[in-house]
Ligand binder design. Structure first.
Ligand SMILES: [Zn+2]
Length: 439
């Protein structure tokens, strides 16, 4: 089945494309992107409404889908539904399920559930160490063979430098990155919020930026020692960015990601509009203004590689407890595109092309997956954006099984309109005029 998307703006930075082009899709592949492609026999023409933008499918390389083991928070099917509703054609899911994804059996189960759901592509991430306990290296060869795209003990740091060294040496043989949850456990201790004025005023135990920065510096150094690929997860502190820049300047294989909540919110959100809102409790914590400003600068100048959500669903009952006892994390898949368009693109801090690099080109490259490009022959994973769409975030309306977001009620400009995976339209945003033409 051939489909011709006619008349939209196409932004495809991997191929230097930004302008009005037609996109021809055949089955699950992109045939070509050109001006004024003719509609021939057997081709269904979709006229793209004015103002919509066609980009390579967005990839969220950091999500928690909770299955197996915590299906009351999310399942692979509900997480995949949340992903496509957020404009993502693929997600990479962390191994901190119950049991941990440290063997081929769990990886295979996840892939099976994902294919049964038939929505977003799901790329499992395997554990670095058995049970993510930090004691014994997992069988990374087996995980790679089973389909894992990276390894990580996310949720926990790899506390031992020697263990991280071995993991980097091992993953190098398979050309896989180690995704690195950076946090010095002794400095983090039982902290619950960023160490600073807000935490002291509110009487919350602090987590200094240095807890992250120390381990980022360690692992940048180990990337240099081993030649392995380190990807810093959910980077929050300005000193971490300095260490990443330094590593890149040395030619080490170091990349990093920033989550939308870390470029939109500061620790002031702990005090207002709600005090002690457990939907503002995440790890790493919301930092202070100087950190947020540094991260935004890094997103703009290219030293930050990726925007990833760290989508972390928790049941309402688990979050409805005192701040100290609440679990860390918020859902992110369905708020990422509006936050990025409104807070970064519309404010003139980054271009649409840069947004596509952060959310598609670079995650595909770092995970060595297809996509990130609309070149002829590529998989037809496509996101259509409605950058000028007015949206109000409604937690209750999220497709995710969990509703733990600090952005409930936020009015933003910009939304995903259509999500196409392997040539199939898997999500249509009913609020966007003309979107139904893609069904
Ligand atoms: Zn983490």
């Amino acid at each position: 089945m051939k489909r011709l998307l006619k008349g939209g703006r196409v932004v495809d930075p991997a191929n230097g494309v930004d302008g009005d082009f037609d996109v021809l899709i055949d089955g699950d592949r992109i045939v070509r992107v050109e001006k004024n492609l003719p509609a021939g026999e057997g081709i269904t023409v979709v006229s793209v409404p004015r103002g919509l933008v066609i980009v390579p499918g967005l990839i969220d390389m950091h999500v928690h889908l909770r299955e197996p083991g915590q299906e009351h928070k999310e399942t692979i099917a509900t997480g995949a539904a949340s992903a496509v509703a957020g404009g993502f054609t693929a997600v990479a899911c962390m191994p901190n399920t119950t049991p941990v994804n440290d063997n081929a059996g769990i990886t295979g189960f996840m892939l099976e559930r994902a294919s049964a759901a038939g929505l977003a592509r799901v790329y499992p991430i395997g554990a670095v160490t058995r049970g993510s306990k930090g004691e014994q290296l997992a069988d990374i060869g087996e995980l790679h063979e089973a389909g894992c795209v990276a390894v990580s003990d996310d949720g926990h740091p790899v506390a031992s430098a020697l263990m991280m060294r071995r993991a980097l040496e091992y993953t190098r043989m398979f050309d896989m990155p180690v995704i690195d949850h950076c946090e010095d456990p002794t400095l983090k201790a039982d902290g619950v919020a960023h160490e600073g004025l807000q935490a002291s005023t509110l009487g919350l135990r602090g987590i200094p930026g240095a807890a992250e920065e120390i381990m980022v510096a360690r692992d940048v150094t180990l990337a240099g020692l081993t030649g392995g690929a380190v990807h810093i997860a959910h980077m929050s502190a300005r000193g971490s960015l300095r260490a990443v820049r330094e590593g890149k300047a040395q030619g080490f294989v170091v990349t990093c990601e920033v989550a939308p909540h870390h470029f939109t919110l500061t620790d002031e959100a702990l005090a207002a509009p709600l005090k002690y809102d457990t939907n503002c409790k995440m790890n790493p914590p919301l930092r202070e203004r100087a950190d947020v400003e540094a991260l935004v600068e890094g997103l703009a100048d290219g030293s930050v590689d990726v925007i990833a959500t760290d989508h972390a669903p928790h049941h309402a009952d688990e979050k409805r407890v005192e701040f100290d006892r609440a679990p860390f994390g918020i859902v992110g898949l369905e708020t990422c595109v509006p936050l990025t368009l409104d807070r970064l693109v519309h404010r003139g801090l980054i271009s649409l092309a840069r947004m596509v690099e952060l959310l598609s080109v670079n995650p595909a490259r770092i995970l060595r997956r297809p996509g990130g490009s609309l070149a002829a022959g590529q998989i037809a994973d496509i996101t259509v954006l409605a950058p000028d769409q007015a949206v109000t975030i409604r937690a209750a309306a999220l497709k995710s099984k969990s509703k733990n977001t600090p952005f409930d009620g936020w009015r933003l400009k910009g939304a995903p309109a259509i999500t196409i995976v392997g040539g199939r339209t898997v999500f249509t945003n009913a609020a966007v005029a003309g979107a139904e033409a893609f069904a």
